[in-house]
Design a protein around this ligand. Structure first.
Ligand code: CO
Length: 360
């Protein structure tokens, strides 16, 4: 594995459901502290890394979220099975038959979500949808007392998917959990690497946010603190290039470059900023693609609504099978997203930002 693959492995395998991002924050803090001393957290736990001096303007806020979709222990039944609350949006079917870690006071406990054996299922039961209330995690406990007192599991403990970072048959494609949004954090580390603190003309805030998957909460608190002039959110996109998904649902394809979001249910990007990014990509000869989604939500929307309105854009690395144990991204898309945002940060000078912010 090369350096980038090792970083992606570290980020994607880290434990970090919404509200429990400590492990990811530690990695980001280590990565970003190589490039700036000015790193701190806000009151909700988002990690803010500042570049450039205090007086510098404009203020550019770049975000990617640390949390992944996960679960929470709701209660333990008498037999010792763990009942769950979802943290973030899961398809119930993606929860079945999977591997999980529960983080307890005593450390991580491994468990699996059990699925009923087909040998006993009646024909009518086969068609039935299994809801998340019926799903449980089996940690091998002999009863409730064993789960609580010996394994240390308690209601409120967070649960995250277990999935190893792996190269697919096509070695340019990587699978793993939590690409949403560890891939955004990986892009962020590469941007930090490229900023020269002395010659940097903007005041840059690289923000690793918390609690995106439960309502963009970290982006709200950090943007109300920073009061940015421009917002760039880095996300995992929604690829629509596998069987059973249509162009009407999602238009991105793996390998076709960074995606500029034109619409999702949380945000319409600033049009001048959007056009600026498109013409910059043309100039750099980077292929970009677009996505118009009916659903979805992302941190850019919280930035956009802060500081009495902030021009914001969402740029994404196309991803297949989000919010599951095994998503897929392409290395080529990752490298091109880094290149595009690096150049964007360099080009956003005071004059350009004035133009973007003006409605004249
Ligand atoms: Co996301």
């Amino acid at each position: 594995m090369d350096k980038t693959e090792l970083l992606l492995k570290k980020l994607t395998e880290a434990f970090g459901p919404s509200g429990f991002e400590d492990e990811v924050r530690k990695i980001m803090s280590q990565e970003l502290s190589q490039y700036t001393d000015n790193i701190y957290t806000d009151g909700l736990g988002s990690l803010i890394a500042e570049f450039g001096s205090k007086e510098q303007k404009p203020k550019i806020m770049i975000t990617a979220h640390m949390d992944e979709v996960g679960l929470l222990v709701k209660y333990i039944d008498d037999a010792g099975y763990i009942k769950i609350q979802q943290l973030g949006g899961w398809l119930d079917s993606a929860l079945l038959g999977q591997r999980w870690h529960i983080l307890t006071k005593k450390g991580k406990v491994f468990g699996i979500s059990g699925i009923k054996t087909p040998h006993v299922i009646k024909p009518e039961e086969r068609k039935k949808h299994i809801s998340s209330d019926e799903i449980f995690i089996d940690v091998g406990a002999s009863n409730k007392d064993d789960a609580q007192n010996n394994l240390g599991i308690h209601p409120g403990d967070p649960i995250a998917p277990v999935s190893e970072f792996t190269l697919l048959g096509n070695k340019n494609l990587y699978t793993g959990k939590a690409w949403d949004d560890r891939i955004g954090l990986a892009v962020m580390t590469q941007i930090a690497k490229n900023i020269n603190n002395k010659t940097c003309q903007n005041k840059l805030f690289l923000v690793s946010t918390v609690q995106e998957e439960v309502g963009l909460r970290g982006a709200q608190t950090s943007s109300s603190y920073i009061k940015p002039d421009i917002g760039i959110n880095i996300e995992s996109g929604v690829a629509g290039d596998y069987p059973g998904i249509s162009l009407d649902e999602a238009q991105e394809k793996l390998g076709n470059g960074p995606t500029i979001f034109l619409h999702d249910s949380s945000m319409i990007p600033n049009i001048k900023l959007r056009n600026f990014v498109i013409s910059l990509a043309e100039e750099l000869k980077i292929d970009v693609q677009f996505n118009v989604l009916k659903g979805y939500g992302q941190d850019g929307s919280a930035i956009q609504q802060s500081n009495s309105g902030t021009p914001t854009i969402n740029i994404a690395v196309p991803t297949r099978y989000l919010h599951s144990h095994n998503g897929i991204i392409s290395r080529v898309d990752f490298d091109n997203t880094v290149k595009l945002i690096n150049n964007l940060v360099k080009r956003l000078d005071l004059k350009t930002i004035h133009e973007i912010k003006s409605f004249e």
